[in-house]
Structures are given as structure tokens and as C-alpha cells.
Design a protein around this ligand. Structure first.
Ligand SMILES: Cc1cc2nc3c(=O)[nH]c(=O)nc-3n(C[C@H](O)[C@H](O)[C@H](O)COP(=O)(O)OP(=O)(O)OC[C@H]3O[C@@H](n4cnc5c(N)ncnc54)[C@H](O)[C@@H]3O)c2cc1C
Length: 267
């Protein structure tokens, strides 16, 4: 192992490293898209699955799972795309934010069962908070490439307008009709100066699930729901859907952390 960077403690190289950070695009000060390329061929995965990425810090591997946002068809050439929030006081994300493009790291996977039912042509209600939109972007990109997009209603809840991830992509698909999606971002802080001028929906995403189902006529007969992100949001949105008659098997969930768990803090 080479010497760790003195300022960060992150090892520049390590025997466990098998991938490279090849690109990073910042969406806001605390949100960014990271592209990580495996040394060899890309490992096949299903959209909705996640990879675990990590670096060695002061001799110890620090790693976390992230949903892949890329179409499996492009992950080999462009790297696996991940949409990640910087968690203040978190153990891994502050390290990730320190990495320059070209830095070596570890990536293993795929894992996870949060994948599309193969042949369900009902409207897909994708419900997400923050970066929970990532697996749905992967699902839609693959379906589009295969020429069989499924009608989707895409809800994404954020605190600030600037945090709406994949906004140009989703608004573009909706405007052109290239993908039959109704994109409904919702912003939860009406009094924040950053949100001045927002003309879309207000409120936490779980609060708009019922109204959106009502307005768009989404029922257990014509729709299936996938929910991803913050556990409190997921359980609340699920309750709304179950209350509207959706059977449990028709509400798929991916929790980004266990309910009630706060960042552990560093050091
Ligand atoms: C299957 C799976 C897929 C995931 N995919 C993504 C993804 O695509 N993008 C992503 O940003 N995160 C994702 N996560 C969360 C990610 O694994 C880490 O938990 C997160 O990046 C925080 O790591 P950390 O070490 O900095 O914080 P830690 O020290 O591990 O602290 C964890 C705590 O931080 C908070 N937290 C964790 N994730 C978030 C978040 N996204 N937004 C706000 N608060 C959070 C929670 O309170 C959590 O208990 C996923 C988690 C799982 C289980």
C-alpha cells in the first residue's frame, strides 16, 4: 500500500482497489454524480441494484452501498453512475467528496432485489426522496434503450429546488414524449429563500402521493409502486398506498438506511 494522503488519511492505492473515479459532476454543494469504472469488464447488473464503493482511510476500508443510475449498457464505457448526497458527519461521504478524479477505489457488487417486475405494463409510480431517484433513472434508461418504456409517474421530494436531481433529463423526456413520464418534483420548504419563485408542488413527497393518485386516476388495477430513499418517507407513502387498496406485493421498497438512525459521526 502506498502512503496515505497526509491531509485526508485516504490511501492513494491499496490491494483492495479495483476501480477508478473517472468523472464527477456537482449538482449542488452537497449533491454530486460520481462515475466509477471497474478495472476489467463491467459486471452485469439489473437496474435498481446497488454497488458498494469504498476507500481505505488510515488503514481501514470505509465503504457504503449506492444504487446505480446508469443503464447497464453504458456502465462499462462511462463508469457506473451514482447520485450521492454528502452527509455532514457521515463516515464515508466526506471522504468521497475529497477524492480527485482519477483516484483509485474499491467497487463490489451488484447486489439487491429492488428491480422491475419483468412484464408489468401497468403505470409505474416511482416515489423517491432526495437521491432515491437514482435506481428509477437506471430502470428508465434501460427500458428506453430497449425501446419498451413503461408509462411512469415520477415523484421526487427535495428540500430545495436546486436539489432536484436529473431534472433536465426527466423534464426533457416528458416534454419530448420520448419517455411517457409525468415528472412531479415536490419542494418541502416554502419559507426558504432558495426556493423563491418555485411554481411546482410544495410538501414532502409522501404528502402528495394520495393527491397525485386521485388526480391521475392511479389505482391498484392500473398501477404498481416503487419507493426509494428515506425510510420514514417510504413507510408513510406505503401506508397511503395500502390505504388506497394497493396490495403489499404491489408496493416495492428500497430503504437507504434503517429507520431512526442518525449519522455516526467521524472520529
Ligand atoms: C441499498 C442502498 C442504496 C443506497 N443508494 C444511495 C444512493 O444512490 N445515493 C445516496 O446518496 N445514498 C445511498 N444510500 C445511502 C448510503 O449507503 C450511505 O448510507 C450514505 O451515503 C451515508 O454514508 P456516510 O458513511 O457518509 O454516513 P454514515 O456515517 O453511514 O451515516 C448514515 C446516516 O446518514 C443519513 N443518511 C444516509 N444516507 C442519506 C442520504 N442519501 N440523504 C440524507 N441522509 C442520509 C442517515 O441518518 C443514516 O443513518 C444507499 C443505501 C442503501 C442501503
Amino acid at each position: 500500500m502506498t502512503d496515505p494522503d497526509r491531509a485526508t488519511g485516504i490511501a492513494a492505492d491499496a490491494p483492495q482497489y479495483n476501480a477508478t473515479l473517472v468523472k464527477r459532476v456537482d449538482e449542488s454543494p452537497s449533491l454530486a454524480y460520481f462515475f466509477i469504472k471497474l478495472d476489467g469488464d463491467a459486471t452485469p447488473y439489473e437496474p435498481g441494484q446497488y454497488m458498494t464503493i469504498g476507500v481505505v482511510e488510515n488503514g481501514k476500508m470505509v465503504q457504503r452501498p449506492y444504487s446505480v443510475a446508469s443503464d447497464p449498457g453504458t456502465a462499462g464505457a462511462d463508469g457506473y453512475e451514482m447520485y450521492i448526497r454528502l452527509v455532514q458527519g457521515g463516515q464515508f461521504t466526506p471522504l468521497l467528496w475529497e477524492l480527485p478524479v482519477g483516484h483509485r477505489m474499491r467497487m463490489i457488487g451488484p447486489k439487491g432485489k429492488f428491480v422491475l417486475d419483468p412484464d408489468d405494463d401497468r403505470t409505474h409510480i416511482f416515489i423517491s426522496s432526495g437521491t432515491g431517484n437514482a435506481p428509477f433513472v437506471a430502470m428508465m434508461r434501460k427500458l428506453l434503450r430497449e425501446g419498451r418504456p413503461r408509462k411512469a409517474v415520477f415523484l421526487n421530494g427535495v428540500s430545495y429546488v436546486q436539489d432536484i436531481g436529473y431534472r433536465p433529463l426527466l423534464e426533457g423526456w416528458q416534454a419530448s414524449g420520448e419517455y411517457p413520464v409525468t415528472f412531479i418534483p415536490s419542494v418541502s420548504r416554502p419559507n426558504a429563500a432558495e426556493n423563491a419563485g418555485w411554481t411546482g408542488r410544495w410538501g414532502r413527497v409522501e404528502s402528495i402521493v394520495g393527491p397525485v393518485c386521485e388526480e391521475l386516476g392511479l389505482t391498484p388495477d392500473n398501477a404498481i409502486a416503487y419507493i426509494c430513499g428515506n425510510p420514514d418517507m417510504i413507510l408513510s407513502a406505503e401506508q397511503t398506498l395500502l390505504g388506497r387498496g394497493f396490495p403489499e406485493a404491489q408496493v416495492k421498497k428500497e430503504l437507504y438506511w434503517p429507520q431512526g438512525k442518525e449519522p455516526k459521526g467521524r472520529g
